[in-house]
Design a protein around this ligand. Structure first.
Ligand SMILES: Cc1ncc(COP(=O)(O)O)c(C=O)c1O
Length: 372
């Protein structure tokens, strides 16, 4: 097979990564005890959502176009109403993924002359959205309220609008944002709060409504993002907020406008996921497992303090984390080494995702392997 010439500069970049032990490659995971996936409630792997087709009206395999052309449907509008109701807000808009939602929101909402203040550990999809925006942006130290307070005080008279961007649960650390304090700051300075709840849906709040619901700050948020590829066991995402925000996104959010809409079977799976959240025992089982894991690790300083499904053991160096991943794998446990540059050099870690379906014995074995 003939390929056109691959640029030398790109080959050199790959080589550099290989030499530093940073090279990424795709692997197919053999079935093992899952401490790595985002399927926190087992909605995907246990097949519990497999009757999702009953929520679909059509047999079409594709949506046939973007929402604004031929891709919209009653099911879309109905699902968005259900999402808005579940998350105690006026409106919701579905995107094909959380990446698309964050890119589409941050790239079009903050305008030239506005300011974005974001936690230094926000997800790449939020960072990429911010990079596409014409607003000025500054990062603040992770979860550092005094740093955010200082930034707001310094800039509040210079910019028209201020947007504060955080995650309720941080994807690589598993810790939560101090949302109550952030809300107070935003209220005092009339800043708009954007919260990515990707890892909080299905885990926190009444029937897994998320951390904003648990802390009773839903109405203090300008926008919240819920993604469906994690605890919900399917795919896609929604931005929830006011009807005006939804209307604005339909008009200006390019990752919403210029893409083929999610097909009906995707929507049906989202609907099935929400219906299941209303009565599933899995959320309670997950909470018990998180509590059990925390009891076993007993606040050891090498673990990041976390009440979410995501837990991390910090070990410096890509080689060291890789070795621990392999050791767990030899015992049929699937955990993931998170290497630099995904995290900062020196902040390498083994990332553990706890699930409702992990047994006590599996968690005990995992902790034993992590500790020795
Ligand atoms: C915090 C956060 N936001 C957004 C995303 C992107 O969501 P999706 O996987 O649906 O594109 C992720 C996924 O890794 C995430 O961790």
């Amino acid at each position: 097979m003939l390929h056109s010439h691959f640029p030398n500069a790109l080959t050199a970049l790959l080589e550099q990564r290989r030499e530093k032990g940073f090279l990424r490659s795709l692997k197919i995971n053999v079935p093992s005890i899952d401490f790595a996936s985002n399927d926190y409630l087992g909605f995907s792997s246990t097949g519990i959502l497999s009757d999702f087709n009953k929520f679909s009206l059509s047999k079409k395999t594709g949506s046939t176009g973007s929402r604004l052309i031929s891709g919209n449907s009653f099911l879309y509008e109905e699902t968005e109403k259900q999402i808005a109701l579940f998350h105690n807000t006026e409106a919701a808009l579905i995107y094909n993924s959380g990446y698309d939602a964050n890119l589409g929101l941050l790239s079009c909402v903050p305008q030239k002359g506005d300011l974005i203040l974001s936690d230094e550990l926000i997800h790449a999809s939020l960072i990429d959205g911010i990079r596409l925006s014409y607003a000025v942006n500054y990062k603040f130290k992770h979860n550092d309220i005094p740093a955010l307070t200082e930034l707001i005080a310094r800039h509040k008279n210079t910019y028209k609008e201020i947007y504060v961007v955080v995650e309720s649960v941080y994807s690589m650390d598993g810790d939560c944002a101090p949302l109550k304090e952030i809300v107070d700051l935003c209220r005092e300075s009339s800043a708009h709060l954007i919260v990515d709840e990707a890892h909080a849906i299905g885990v926190f709040g009444k029937n897994g409504r998320g951390l904003c619901e648990e802390l009773d700050i839903e109405s203090d948020c300008f926008a919240r993002i819920y993604t469906y590829g994690k605890a919900m066991g399917c795919h896609g995402a929604a931005i929830v907020g006011s009807e005006e925000l939804r209307n604005y996104l339909i008009n200006f959010s390019r990752s919403f406008i210029y893409t083929t809409a999610m097909p009906e079977h995707g929507l049906a799976a989202v609907k099935a996921g929400y219906s299941l959240l209303e009565h599933t025992p899995e959320i309670e089982k997950l909470k018990i497992n998180i509590h059990y894991f925390n009891t076993l690790i007993n606040s050891q300083p090498s673990f990041i303090n976390s009440m979410s499904s995501i837990h991390c053991k910090l070990i410096q160096g890509n080689k060291a984390v890789q070795l621990l991943e392999e050791k767990c794998s030899e015992h049929n446990l699937f955990v993931k080494a998170i290497k630099s540059p995904t995290v900062k050099e020196g902040q390498e870690r083994v990332r553990i995702c706890l699930h409702s379906f992990n047994t006590k014995q599996e968690i005990e074995l995992l902790v034993e392997l992590l500790e020795n």
